[in-house]
Each structure stands twice: as structure tokens, then as C-alpha cells.
Design a protein around this ligand. Sequence first.
Ligand SMILES: Nc1ncnc2c1ncn2[C@@H]1O[C@H](COP(=O)(O)OP(=O)(O)O)[C@@H](O)[C@H]1O
Ligand SMILES: [Mg+2]
Length: 335
Amino acid sequence: MANLNIKNNLIGESETFHELLGHLSKVAGLSRTVLVIGERGSGKELVAERIHYLSKRWDRPYIKLNCAALSDELLESELFGHEVGAFTGAVKQRRGRFELANGGTLFLDELANTSLRLQEKILRVVEYGEFERVGGDETRYTDVRIIAATNVDLPSRVLEGKFKADLLDRLAFDALTIPPLRRREGDIMLLSNYFAVRMVRELGGDLFPGFSENASRILEVYDWPGNVRELKNVIERAVYRSWPFKGEIDRIETDPFDSPYRPVEKKEERQIVKETKEVPGLKERFSFKREVNVFQKKLLEDALERNQYHQKKTAGLLGLTYNQFRGLMRKHGLV
Ligand SMILES: Nc1ncnc2c1ncn2[C@@H]1O[C@H](COP(=O)(O)OP(=O)(O)O)[C@@H](O)[C@H]1O
Ligand SMILES: [Mg+2]
């Protein structure tokens, strides 16, 4: 079964995530291009891999390339290959990823910033399956399903003239947009427990004591700009810092750099001093966290009042899941 090839499970039970999985399995069977869109750390690579292993090409090569990590020239020869003498240092002939992926799937990660020149060449492979190696004039053919991923809005790039409209059309036979973690109701704790149990096993333990109410609240309320990748790090760190366990895990640090001894950048320091001087009577050092908390509480109170204290409605209006909203209410003593 193709499924057995999947090394990493896609965990999630929220409605938004289920919708994505449904969409994914529908498009997987067609040998068409798919554009995977999602914030950083939201699981684009896992999704692309799942599409491949659910497709008819599952036993053929699955090749990945991160397009943002390479210069234009290197990317070109990685994609299309090169002939001997194509450029200084090209002492051997080399096949590119389009050739290596023949019959299978090529995952082009972070494609948004490739040059218009390369976009043109990629378009030709997508449309006709044709290309030449760098420094070669023989036209070669390949049969590759392309899955591309991006965390930027490509239609806007097209309007700015930075991305070719015809390439976008061809890459996105269909587009799968992964919901950010903060919009996946219930999945934060599900994933937290999953990563925690794995970390406990890695530490050689066999019992995971669970998260305290306080820890769960912090996890639910945080907005996870780095999505599942960030959550995984935070959980693994929390588990290992509490090991050996003395009870439920209670301490969650979302910022590993948070410390009273954190070095202050010179520039920032000067700025703080300056700002402090400009505000007469301000002796206390400015606290970003405190200001944010005051602002958060005010937002909640205002929104509640506007919605006649209907909590579900207020949560929706604020773009929060109900759990996140309840967590914030508790945090600010509003319940
Ligand atoms: N739904 C999920 N279930 C389990 N692990 C996930 C899920 N989504 C992402 N991850 C994990 O989070 C990390 C980041 O995922 P990745 O696919 O590399 O994100 P992206 O490519 O969008 O930045 C990886 O360690 C991945 O295994
Ligand atoms: Mg990635």
C-alpha cells in the first residue's frame, strides 16, 4: 500500500484541517500540478509528500528542491542539469532534478523568488516536458508532476510583475491552502500531546504526565507565527526542561531567548534610553509584554460589550477559536 511509505504523519482533527485533507486526497490521484500555500512551518513539505505517496506515481522518484536556497545559476543547473564545460567547475556532466524525477514528482519549495528567466524555462517543462541541460543543445523530455510551495501570495507577485502569470496558471491546476495552526480548533493540544509523547520516548521515559491547566492555556492562547514547527520546538523544550518529571508539565516558554540576562543590542539600548528621556516622569522601563496585555484585555472587553457578552460570537468576530478566546478570558480574569 502506498500509505505505508509515509514516514511522517499529518496530525490534525480540526474541521479546517479535515477539509484540507479531503481536498488533498481528491487532487492527489490526478497527475496535475498542485500549488501548496501556507505560512512557514504549517506543513507544506509534509502535504506535498502526502500528495506524492497517495498518487499513482507513489513508487516512482519523489525529488525535492528548495529554490530559495540557491543562486540563480546554481538553481538552473540543479533543475536542468549541465554538460561538461557549461561553466567553470562543470567538469562532469550532471542530470538535473527534472530528469531525476522522470515518472515521479518534483517538489519545488519556495518558488516565489526565482528569476523571470528561470520561470520561463520552468514553464516550458511544465507545458511541453521539454528542456535542455545548461551548456547543451540537445532537447530532452521528461514526465514530471510538479508540486510547488510558497508562503507568499503569488497572484500579488504577478500584479507586481515579479511572477509570470502563465507559470502561475500552469502550476496551480489546483491550490491547497493549509490553515495556520491558530485557525485549527483543537489541534494545538492534539499536536502538543503527540510531540510530547515522542519526546518522552526520546528521553527514555515511558510515561507522559500531561500538561497542567496553566500550560494548556498558554499553548492555546499563543498565536503560533511559526505554526507546527514552532509548536514542536516549544513542546520538545518544555518536556526536556521538566525531565525527570515531578508532576504535570507546567512551564511553557515560547521564546527560548527569554532571559533577564539577554544581551541588549547597542542600538536598541540607545533608543530605549532616548525614549525614556523624552517621556517626563517615566522612570519605569517600558515593558512590551505589559502593554500588549493591557491592549489585549481592552480588545476583549470592548468586543464582548459590542456583542452583548455572547462569547462564541465575540470569538468569531476577533478571529479566534472558541478555545483561544476562553483561554484569553481566563488569562485576564474575565471569567
Ligand atoms: N499536521 C502535522 N502533523 C504533524 N507534524 C507536522 C504537521 N505539520 C507540520 N508538521 C511538522 O512541522 C515541521 C514543519 O513542517 P514543514 O512541512 O517543513 O513546514 P513548511 O514546509 O510549511 O515550513 C516538520 O517537523 C513537520 O514534520
Ligand atoms: Mg518548508
